[in-house]
Write a protein that binds this ligand. Structure first.
Ligand code: GLA
Length: 408
């Protein structure tokens, strides 16, 4: 009997220890991603053509272009940096592309006051066919910590029969156990509704398939599609309630400077900003035009994205080609975005006193424009006005007007 009790007690202690032990490490780095991450990623422009020289030059350009001053922080290497695993299973870099090794590259990026990100995949292979982290999660997390990695984008190719919650939680725990703070960016394209389960797993989750630099298009690749700005925007419907500080809806890396018109780029940037998406540039920072640079470094628009309240914009009005978004900000301020989705200029007069009631039922913010008066400033043009007079807008095709409202 005594023996039985002892065995049972010991077993319970062991079980308790396992439970508490697991819980102790079972978390993400809570302090990271309190505002959406700002950075650059190699994929949209360079795909697999990555190497250490390119990454160093991009870190230099992030500083020289004023992007670092505007708040950008991460230099992220996407797919294809990988070599093979060595005899102990440790992942190696591709030695031709990264002859100095990842640690030296991370040191270089850090020496510029920036942070460095890397990419892996929950399956056996990445989307480009390089070694994934399946079965090597703890080992890879230790390797990343040893290299000085600050951000991990974790993809979802080659994952047949893998449970997504389990796979992403395993990598989260591995990163946490390795001990170096790493922002964990979940990339499973919204296939498994990460907004339902990833709040405590990652700092951001992709909500859609891959982006493509076009306004309103779908690029069909057979088994999957890439999407333009408007289709990605429309797929965010109903997701705002899931996002907040430390867990963002990721609308994918930006295509600003990658071939769309200036108006389309401005709209793309403004939308990603007001929707609290991570702002990860995807263009070649070394030779961007002044127009592109000015869009990416608009500090007033970035401030809307980085507002401490962390509340994603809501769709306020949608009629024909016009969409109006409203985002509550800290200090009782608001951001408004008027978007012309259409191919012709749009004349629109917004009478604040006609649409006097604005209610955010999810996060409980509201305005009654009859009683509350605001000054507004146009965040792209600098014009000023107030909400006592109707706002007369002429919005060019595919363009936006973005305002910040401050109580008078
Ligand atoms: C997937 C991701 C992309 C990119 C590629 C790399 O398609 O969604 O963002 O990382 O893989 O192969």
């Amino acid at each position: 009997m005594l023996r039985l009790i002892k065995t049972t007690t010991l077993l319970s202690i062991a079980l308790l220890a396992m439970t508490f032990g697991a819980n102790a490490s079972a978390k993400k780095f809570e302090e990271l991603g309190q505002t959406p991450p700002l950075g650059w990623n190699s994929w949209n422009t360079f795909a697999c053509d990555v190497n250490e020289k390119l990454i160093r030059e991009m870190a230099d350009a992030m500083v020289a272009s004023g992007m670092k001053d505007a708040g950008y922080e991460y230099i992220n290497i996407d797919d294809c940096w990988h070599g093979e695993r060595d005899k102990d299973g440790k992942i190696q870099v591709n030695k031709e592309r990264f002859p100095s090794g990842m640690k030296a590259l991370a040191d270089y990026v850090h020496s510029k006051g920036l942070k460095i990100g890397i990419y892996s995949d929950a399956g056996n292979t990445t989307c480009a066919g390089y070694p994934g982290s399946r079965g090597h999660e703890y080992q890879d997390a230790l390797t990343y910590a040893e290299w000085g990695i600050d951000y991990l984008k974790y993809d979802w190719c080659d994952t047949e029969n893998i449970n997504p919650i389990g796979a992403y939680t395993t990598m989260r725990d591995a990163l946490h156990t390795a001990g170096r703070p790493v922002l964990f960016s979940i990339c499973e394209w919204g296939d498994n509704k990460p907004w339902d389960w990833a709040k405590d797993v990652g700092h951001a989750w992709r909500t859609t398939g891959d982006i493509y630099p076009c306004w309103d298009c779908e690029l069909n690749h057979g088994s999957w599609s890439s999407w333009g700005v408007l289709p990605i925007l429309d797929k965010q419907e109903k997701l705002r309630k899931f996002a907040g500080p430390g867990h963002w809806n990721d609308m994918d890396m930006m295509e600003v400077g990658n071939g769309m018109t200036e108006a389309q780029d401005r709209s793309h940037f403004s939308l990603w900003a007001i929707m609290n998406s991570p702002l990860i540039a995807g263009n070649d920072l070394r030779n961007m035009s002044d127009t592109t640079r000015k869009i990416l470094t608009n500090k007033n628009v970035i401030a809307i994205n980085q507002d401490k309240l962390g509340v994603q914009a809501m769709k306020y009005i949608h009629g024909g080609d016009l969409m109006v978004f409203a985002k509550p900000l800290a200090n009782k301020e608001w951001a408004f975005l008027f978007l012309n989705r259409g191919n012709t200029p749009l004349n629109y007069t917004h009478d604040w006193l006609h649409y006097y009631e604005l209610k955010d039922d999810i996060f409980n913010y509201q305005i009654d424009f009859r009683n509350e008066k605001f000054n507004w400033v146009d965040l792209w043009k600098g014009n000023k006005g107030d909400t006592t007079k109707p706002l007369k807008l002429k919005i060019p095709a595919h363009d936006v007007v973005m305002l910040k409202l401050t109580p008078r």
